[in-house]
Design a protein around this ligand. Structure first.
Ligand SMILES: Nc1nc2c(ncn2[C@@H]2O[C@H](COP(=O)(O)OP(=O)(O)OP(=O)(O)O)[C@@H](O)[C@H]2O)c(=O)[nH]1
Ligand SMILES: [Mg+2]
Length: 286
């Protein structure tokens, strides 16, 4: 899988742009998908962001498992980050972001005021992998739909400054992936939630990964959506995929059943789910 080219030229360019702009900003909003918080963190960004103050924004919490979202917020706070879970499609709680930013910048703001700057500007850069909702978060913060958004990776093509208020400015950036995932599971999680273009992975592999996860952690969702029985849940994931393919009317087109499962999960039709737990290794997950 590492051979597949999902790190096209525009991502290398986006990375370079972040590197250039990082010096101009006071803090960083790192947006992750609450369904895959750790897998949706780009390890390259740690290096780029270095010691800039950072707010971890766990977005799409409306789609994620609430108990696990709370556990993840705690996990990041324990690591010394400011962290907040939000649903950027609704403005609720979003104002906590400028509040947190002001708190993190308190010393710097005080220094600027002491130098006679009456209303110091806070500049924040929004970073993260594709499709986690960076542009949607920024549109909410500026209360206008300026940044283009869309439910596929790679919507934002260029950096763009947006003004949230007289003293809060935000930089939208294109989503950046990294050239090689540490494990296959990370790739599967990102494909299942739509952070990587669908064309990069085989649907049946991604669907099978999703099915196995739901069998292990959210069996009730499968029972409700596809009338899966307790006996079915004892089958190997592959056998259940074959069975579902038939029962859902796709005959032997396993890829179409896989596609359906991925689609339903992304739409929220299988309920709220989170694909990883704090402290769990990929080996545990596999
Ligand atoms: N359910 C749900 N959907 C969201 C949320 N935030 C964003 N979305 C949707 O997720 C999709 C991606 O949002 P964008 O804001 O375009 O994502 P992005 O991170 O800017 O993506 P790139 O520009 O491709 O890197 C869009 O269809 C949004 O409507 C959220 O909190 N909940
Ligand atoms: Mg965007």
């Amino acid at each position: 899988m590492a051979q597949i080219q999902w790190f096209p030229g525009h991502m290398a360019k986006a990375r370079k742009q972040v590197q250039e702009k990082i010096k101009q900003v006071d803090l960083v909003l790192e947006v992750v998908d609450a369904r895959t918080p750790e897998s949706s963190r780009n390890p390259m960004l740690d290096e780029l962001v270095a010691d800039k103050p950072r707010i971890m924004v766990l977005n799409k919490q409306d789609l994620a498992d609430p108990a696990l979202t709370a556990a993840w917020v705690q996990y990041y706070q324990d690591q010394g980050f400011a962290a907040i879970a939000i649903d950027a499609q609704h403005a609720k709680r979003l104002q906590q972001i400028p509040q947190l930013a002001t708190k993190l910048m308190a010393e710097k703001i005080a220094r600027k005021k002491a130098r006679g700057i009456r209303n110091p500007m806070i500049k924040a850069m929004c970073i993260g992998i594709p499709n986690v909702g960076k542009s949607t978060v920024l549109n909410r913060l500026v209360r206008r739909n300026i940044a283009v958004t869309g439910n596929k990776p790679g919507v934002t093509k260029n950096q763009q400054w947006l003004k949230a208020s007289d003293n809060f400015q935000l930089l939208d950036t294109p989503g950046i992936l990294w050239p090689k995932f540490a494990s296959q599971t990370i790739g599967m999680r990102l494909a299942f939630t739509g952070a990587i273009a669908d064309a990069v992975f085989q649907e049946d592999m991604v669907g099978l990964y999703g099915l196995a996860s739901f069998m292990a952690h959210y069996p009730a969702a499968l029972k409700k959506a596809y009338h899966v029985t307790d006996d079915d849940l004892n089958e190997a994931p592959h056998d259940l995929l074959v069975k579902l393919t038939k029962s859902q009317g796709f005959a032997e087109a396993y890829d179409r059943m896989a596609e359906r499962l991925i689609f339903d999960a992304r739409q929220g039709k299988l309920g709220r789910f989170t694909l990883e737990k704090p402290g769990e290794t990929d080996a545990d997950a596999e």
